[in-house]
Design a protein around this ligand. Structure first.
Ligand SMILES: [Mn+2]
Length: 240
């Protein structure tokens, strides 16, 4: 089985609870995390240490989220402590400061190698792309048939301004005809689903063009939980 989880935001315990909930088989199953393992909750660095061996052996994959980029920028001197703390980085920052130079270099290397998107074939949605925010309105690349080339659009957006791409909310505001012309279904996170669902529920947000999996584990004060989607069975799972 192949599963998707997004925006765990340092809640290692809730993540482990989800692995038990879905009966995750480390030998046969695969898990793709749609970005933002760090910040907001306490154990972002512990979560990184927990998933690292599984990313290395291919059991799990992690797509880059804006909070992974914040950590890179901080370690490279491009983001101040104050600014990162304002984005929820306080606990991550504290743990990074306690790391040895070697551990810090390893973390930086791990984060810098993260992909911006992963392609996946699904029975229900056909060819799909898994990426943290979706698309950027200013960087559409069109195919010859006037459909929007999702992969090339993501690459263009990231090349022009990676930070802008990784914090983009554009997919949620794109007009229907634009969403209709995307040449791939999208799996995204980044925006809490209780802000998207008509009934303000924290369940996975589904549209004909994309699915948003950020059920708000980084915002428990607003009722957030952790959601998981199984690509093979179209099932949803929740722990809170
Ligand atoms: Mn995000």
């Amino acid at each position: 089985m192949e599963y998707l989880i997004s925006d765990i935001h340092g809640d290692l315990n809730l993540f482990k609870k989800m692995l038990r909930e879905i009966n995750f088989n480390f030998e046969y199953d695969k898990l793709i995390i749609v970005g933002d393992i760090l910040d907001r909750n306490e154990y972002g660095v512990k979560l990184y240490k927990f998933i690292k061996p599984f990313v290395e052996d291919g059991t799990m994959e992690l797509v880059m989220g804006n909070h992974e980029l914040f950590a890179i920028m901080y370690m490279e001197g491009e983001l101040s402590e104050k600014k990162w703390i304002s984005f929820g980085g306080e606990d991550t920052l504290k743990d990074i400061k306690e790391m040895s130079d070697e551990e810090r270099a390893e973390l930086l290397e791990f984060l810098k190698e993260l992909p911006l998107y992963i392609e996946v074939d699904t029975d229900k949605y056909g060819k799909a792309v898994i990426t943290h925010t979706g698309i950027s309105i200013d960087t559409y690349v069109f195919n010859e048939d006037d459909s929007i080339n999702v992969i090339r659009s993501i690459e263009k957006a990231a090349k022009e301004n990676l930070m802008e791409y990784l914090i983009s909310l554009d997919i949620h505001y794109a007009p229907e005809h634009i969403k209709k012309s995307l040449d791939r279904f999208l799996f995204v996170g980044h925006v809490c689903t209780f802000g998207l669902n008509d009934d303000a529920s924290n369940k996975i947000y589904r549209t004909p063009y994309y699915m948003n999996l950020d059920c708000g584990a980084g915002h428990k004060e607003l009722g957030g939980i952790l959601g998981c989607y199984c690509i093979d069975t179209d099932e949803e799972f929740y722990v809170g």
